[in-house]
Ligand binder design. Structure first.
Ligand SMILES: [Zn+2]
Ligand SMILES: [Zn+2]
Length: 237
């Protein structure tokens, strides 16, 4: 019950943050309007919350059995653990996401998330159950392989919800100057994931642009879109 309540709270916080971002940054909209919410999608979002709770219970059970090691005495390593987990998960999710776009898997599983060509506050949770379980499985695999610091794990989980919310908020809160700052220019932005919903052959990463840059799948138009600049080519007619 605790894990179910925690996941309901995460859902409510994410939806509210999306709404607040939409109001505060309404001048930096990526899409003209939010995707219409359908009852099937609300049902899918509720199923995702339930499945996320089950994944949390599985993690807790594996921790109780000491298959997962969570250290509370090394907060000095929190930043390292958070970065390591973020990069590992980003690479794993990039790989899964590319596989999810192969024709057969896309048709039966991932196309459900891509019902949203633009996004809305529940898009983050409009996922096929197989995808929710796959993400949970990847996270649990990481925790089985590597001991983590508790604070680093909490920081990663916060980043996960924040970036998922940002990527589906339909506005761009990050300042355009970020594209010119070393390291920060490789951080995943709202525009980055929004573009994936528009053009599903680009931008498969989540928290960073690194793997898309490395494997040649970054939208060539990304930087211009992120800065919200007009195309540089002349308009004909
Ligand atoms: Zn999405
Ligand atoms: Zn996709």
């Amino acid at each position: 019950m605790f894990f179910l309540m925690a996941n309901v709270a995460i859902f409510i916080a994410s939806v509210m943050l999306c709404w607040i971002l939409g109001v505060v940054f309404k001048r930096r909209r990526i899409f003209d309007r939010w995707q219409k919410m359908e009852s099937l999608e609300i049902g899918a979002a509720l199923a995702s919350i339930g499945l996320n709770a089950l994944v949390s219970i599985a993690g807790w059970w594996l921790w109780k059995l000491e298959f997962i090691e969570i250290d509370v005495n090394s907060p000095g390593l929190a930043l390292f653990h958070c970065l390591a987990m973020t990069l590992f998960m980003d690479l794993g999710m990039y790989a899964f996401h590319r596989v999810a776009h192969s024709p057969l898997i896309y048709r039966w599983i991932h196309s459900f998330h891509h019902r949203h060509e633009t996004t809305n506050p529940i898009s983050l949770f409009v996922l096929h159950p197989v995808e929710v379980a796959g993400f949970g499985g990847l996270m649990i695999s990481y925790l089985l392989l590597f001991p983590v610091d508790y604070h680093g794990l909490l920081a990663y989980l916060t980043i996960n919800v924040l970036w998922g919310t940002l990527g589906h908020s339909g506005v761009e809160p990050m300042p355009a100057i970020m594209a010119r700052i070393p390291v920060l220019r490789w951080v995943g932005t709202s525009t980055f994931h929004a573009e994936h919903h528009e053009h599903p052959r680009y931008n498969f990463g989540f928290y960073t642009l690194l793997w898309d840059k490395l494997f040649g799948t970054l939208d060539p138009d990304y930087e211009r879109r992120f800065r919200q600049e007009e195309p540089s080519w002349p308009h004909l007619g």
